[in-house]
Design a protein around this ligand. Structure first.
Ligand code: NDP
Length: 287
């Protein structure tokens, strides 16, 4: 049996079309579109691609984009002042600082300076705290995107064994909490986990968020498991062009899993869709 593909790209388009319609309707009363400000510092080429995708998607669905691009020598104080200004700007509903920032920045202090109501990335401690408590709040985009995929394909989670490989604050930890919220029995694995293969083989739902190309091999996957690949890794190819692969050995694993996300076209597009959704939710709740 070959696994069914969990098509994050199509789902992201569906979410964005839904938002486009909802924005059009909401604007009749609110008289302004939702606004998202993506802040980027320096010239990291990968970040530039991500930021450009976010801004294009934003404009496409009728959101206003207040993105700003700063030179690499911008100071912490200057960026904090911009965030404070955006916190007060009634036309801005979501603020996102594109990571990684140049080394001289204290990223955590900057993330903390974003008004939690405008925290489109869901990484402010107030929003992470709400997730821990199971309260409504802005959820981190990548894990929220994974949950949307699982729900769209009616993957049962209650009572299932979920293993999340990776414990970052960006992906692994919030994802584990979201799976717990859906009553899965959750294990978090990381670089110090012993017998990783054995742990992964227990999973009905296996999620890889590590950043190591194709490290999850078929022998680590239980037959018929649902496999979600969050990883995005660029590998060298003989033609020198390189290509993107996930943390899962897709070609092998698709032969034994029941469902699998591709890379690209799986979780990645859903991250952007959830960013737009968070911004829309802030707009509806706070303005
Ligand atoms: P981090 O580097 O912050 O975290 C990686 C995690 O993987 C850590 O918890 C680390 O463990 C764990 N790990 C590292 N090596 C191993 C190993 N050999 N065995 C088991 N666990 C291991 O990465 P992120 O969470 O930020 O990102 C993970 C991947 O997801 C990356 O490829 C990134 O590009 C991708 N990503 C994709 C997004 C998307 O939109 N699709 C968005 C965000 C990230 P420890 O804590 O012990 O060090």
């Amino acid at each position: 049996m070959v696994a069914q593909i969990l098509d994050g790209k199509s789902l992201a388009k569906k979410v964005q079309s839904r938002l486009q319609v909802a924005i059009k309707e909401a604007m009749i009363n609110k008289k302004r579109p939702p606004g998202l400000a993506v802040l980027m510092v320096g010239d990291n080429p990968a970040s530039a691609v991500y930021v450009s995708n976010k801004e294009k998607s934003c404009t496409k669905i009728g959101m206003a984009s207040f993105g700003r691009h700063f030179p690499a020598n911008t100071t912490q104080e200057e960026l904090t002042a911009v965030i404070e200004e955006l916190n007060q700007d009634a036309n801005v509903d979501g603020i996102l600082v594109q990571l990684p920032l140049p080394d001289h920045f204290n990223s955590i202090a900057l993330l903390h300076s974003i008004d939690p109501k405008k925290d489109a990335d869901g990484l402010h401690p107030v929003n992470l705290g709400k997730l821990v408590r199971g309260e409504k709040g802005l959820r981190s985009c990548t894990p929220a995107g994974v949950m949307e995929i699982l729900k769209e394909y009616n993957i049962p989670m209650a009572g299932k064994k979920a293993v999340v490989v990776g414990r970052s604050i960006l992906v692994g930890k919030p994802l584990a909490l979201m799976l717990l919220e859906e009553n899965a029995t959750v294990t978090i694995a990381h670089s110090k986990t012993t017998n990783l293969g054995e742990v992964c083989r227990e999973a009905d739902i296996l999620i890889a968020a590590v950043g190591k190309p194709e490290m999850i091999t078929a022998d680590m996957v239980k037959p018929n498991a649902v496999v979600i690949d969050v990883g995005i890794n660029r590998i060298e190819t003989p033609d020198g062009k390189g290509r993107l692969v996930g943390d899962v050995d897709y070609n092998q694993v698709k032969e034994i899993a029941s469902y699998i996300t591709p890379v690209p076209g799986g979780v990645g597009p859903m991250t952007v869709a959830m960013l737009l959704q968070n911004t829309y939710e802030s707009y509806m709740t706070n303005s």
